[in-house]
Design a protein around this ligand. Structure first.
Ligand SMILES: C[S@@+](CC[C@H](N)C(=O)[O-])C[C@H]1O[C@@H](n2cnc3c(N)ncnc32)[C@H](O)[C@@H]1O
Length: 277
């Protein structure tokens, strides 16, 4: 389950990952997937007045969704430019949220600080999976809720990450983020830190004018793909572009013209151990 690298090896990986997420502009993707955060808040059944943390919040999707539910919302991420964008979004909506720089593997809050802890396609990307899970549980009140959205391995984004890895192999010894997309892995990862865990598969649909437009958008804005094209160079980039276009066409509901691409993810709601029976 866990990565085979040493902790200092994983720290180097994390530094490179931080640069990767800071490249492009993830906010352009976040605006597309905002509904995932709204649906997760509903699944967790947030209550107005709860203290809610959004871990690896990017430009604040789940924190903003929680604030719209009347919660006291806080988000952490390690890319300052995304946090700055999130603050502007919240201000535009007249919402009061706190967005702070922080690492999903060392959340800068004391134990039991939040009634609910959310992460939408966030903690799954931390290189030390066990540590990321410990931190999600640690800052959650006993009996509080942990809500996750994680891409499934065989869904569109899971397959997209595999295509990218085939062209630009990830660092050896680091566990794949898409492991977080199965219930059995999450049960093992969280172990006795949780009392209950309920998962259901959901679909988010990406909509673009063409398969090529999807790939262009992601190679402009989505850090992992921006970096993959940089690393692949000109010839490798052309091959990567072609394979990604083929993948979009394989998943899209239509065979020509505009594409609607269903992307499956796992929505998980867990209850932190130790609440009153
Ligand atoms: C796919 S984006 C999702 C962002 C946001 N949750 C959303 O739904 O729009 C992944 C985010 O995780 C952040 N991230 C990845 N690893 C992190 C870590 N170890 N600590 C803090 N943030 C991290 C990245 O900076 C990026 O904003």
């Amino acid at each position: 389950m866990t990565s085979t690298r040493t902790v200092s090896g994983l720290a180097q990986v994390k530094e490179r990952q931080q640069q990767m997420w800071a490249s492009g502009d993830f906010h352009a993707v976040a605006t597309l997937i905002q509904p995932v955060a709204d649906v997760l808040c509903d699944a967790v059944d947030l209550q107005a007045g709860w203290r809610v943390l959004d871990v690896a919040c990017g430009s604040g999707n789940a924190a903003i969704a929680a604030a719209r539910c009347g919660c006291d919302a806080v988000g952490i991420d390690y890319v300052p430019a995304l946090l700055a964008r999130g603050r502007r979004r919240a201000e535009a909506e007249g919402l009061s949220i706190e967005l702070l720089e922080g690492d999903a593997e060392a959340i800068p809050f004391p134990d039991r600080s939040f009634d609910a802890v959310l992460s939408v396609f966030g903690s799954m990307f931390a290189p030390n999976h066990r540590q990321a899970a410990i931190e999600l549980a640690r800052v959650c009140e006993p009996g509080g809720r942990i809500g996750l959205a994680t891409w499934t391995p065989d869904g569109f984004i899971g397959e997209m990450l595999k295509v990218v890895a085939a062209h630009v192999p990830p660092p050896p010894g680091v566990a794949s983020p898409i492991l977080w997309g199965t219930e059995s892995y999450l049960r093992e990862l969280f172990g006795d830190q949780i009392d209950t865990l309920a998962c259901r598969e959901r679909t988010f649909t990406f909509r673009f004018r063409s398969a090529e437009a999807y790939v262009d958008y992601f190679r402009t804005y989505y850090g992992p793909i921006v970096k993959a094209f940089e690393t692949a160079g000109t010839a490798g980039g052309a091959a990567l572009f072609g394979d990604l276009v083929d993948l979009v066409r394989r998943f899209a509901r239509t065979t020509s013209g505009p594409v609607s691409i269903p992307a499956t993810y796992l929505e998980t709601v867990a209850v932190r151990t130790g609440g009153r029976a």
